[in-house]
Design a protein around this ligand. Sequence first.
Ligand code: 5AD
Ligand code: SF4
Length: 474
Amino acid sequence: MKGKEEIIPEKEPQRQYYFIEMARKLREEKEREIKRPLTFHVTTFGCQMNARDSEKLEGILKAIGYTYEEKEEEADLVLFNTCTIRDNADQKVYGRLGYLHGKNHYRKDRIIALCGCMMQEVTAVEKIKKSYSFVNIIFGTHNVYKLAELLCIQAAQGNMVIDILDGTDLIVEDIPNSRKYPFKSGINIMYGCNNFCTYCIVPYVRGRERSRPSKDIIREIERLAEDGVREIMLLGQNVNSYGKGIKDELSFSKLLKEAERVEGIERIRFMTSHPKDLSDELIEVMRDSDKICRHIHLPLQSGSDKILKRMNRSYTRQQYIDLALKIRREIPDIAITTDIIVGFPGETKEDVDDTLDVMEKVRYDGAFTFIYSKRSNTPAATMPDQVTKEQNRVQFDRVLKKVQEISKEMAQKRTGNIEKVLVEEISDHDAGFVSGRLSSNLVVHFEGSESLIGQIVDVRLDECRNFYYIGKRV
Ligand code: 5AD
Ligand code: SF4
């Protein structure tokens, strides 16, 4: 009689649980052979979305039974979750690959897997196939959940396994995940981006906007709260367009209101807001909420109308200023942070003057400044008047100086305040101190012990050291 044949489930997530079990057996076999546990290391590049994906990847590896190894080069399985927003992100990955394969760190039996945004670029994958052929697994942004399956295929075939989808409508829920902090968590509310800012590669590598059903999001928040999470961060490339185009779905502000109702959640953050569609309703919901943090990240990119138009940002400098000042008027204690790009094609000193002028008016609590990086196949890559390195350096320094001057002044305003801090970790500088964040996202260090981690406590902000505070628990 024939033995019972095993059937691989077609439906997700059952299929992945099947492969997790299979990968588990393979790991156990290998461990018996080498007489020690197999280890993994995940290195994450880029944004909060990638950080969240890495928690899922680590969750899968832990479910398979791999042991975490602190040192990347010592691990049996190294996974790079890559970013490709700027060229230097790509270069870092090539650098790490070279390092791992170099004569001091080479190991024949090490598995190297690459995933994330950079893998969605055909040219990057071609380069890896040609020059880094020792890589074992390549997958993209649309199939993070498939890691266990890909590990099993790689074990069976032995060669480089590549699995990249151009896009997907599938959102796979309920895959294991391993949170970095027990008391806070990111939650994807939507994937992809439809904005096509002319410099940006994200719409090409993350695909079109897809919102998760609000009931799934709320259920996830409820589960996290039951599991001890107190702060959540709702994640999407443009959270303001959450639910758009889906029949009977909540708007982003309504979703926030629902999230607020979840008992146990004490702080709600979100990232990122596009200025073009930030509604008055959202400002009101934030203003009237005790849980939504006093922080909004509102990327400006440029303060020049000419450049904004070329960037396809869909707002003018005046519309942006009006919006930011409205937010400040309605929510006086809010921190506003931003992203600024210097050196977009055609940008002159006068355009940068306009950017500095918006900064003066909005008075940012913090800003990330980037030098424009040409991304292949984006419209800006072929625009005339690409800016020289030398001009970029001069203009970048002007912007950075202004950022530092204003954010220092904004931070100092809080001196003497007593504010709530969610304690995150033992301070890097002093083991007798802990570090945490204000609702505004500013970091505070104060004397305290490990037992405070995960708690929200009142701290007096005594000494402002430019971008962080030294405080005292009261
Ligand atoms: N060059 C420089 N900065 C970029 N960003 C996105 N694409 C590029 C690029 N090609 C910046 C934007 C965005 C942030 C996440 O990265 O400021 O808001
Ligand atoms: Fe890129 Fe613009 Fe989408 Fe942000 S909104 S991810 S900058 S295309």
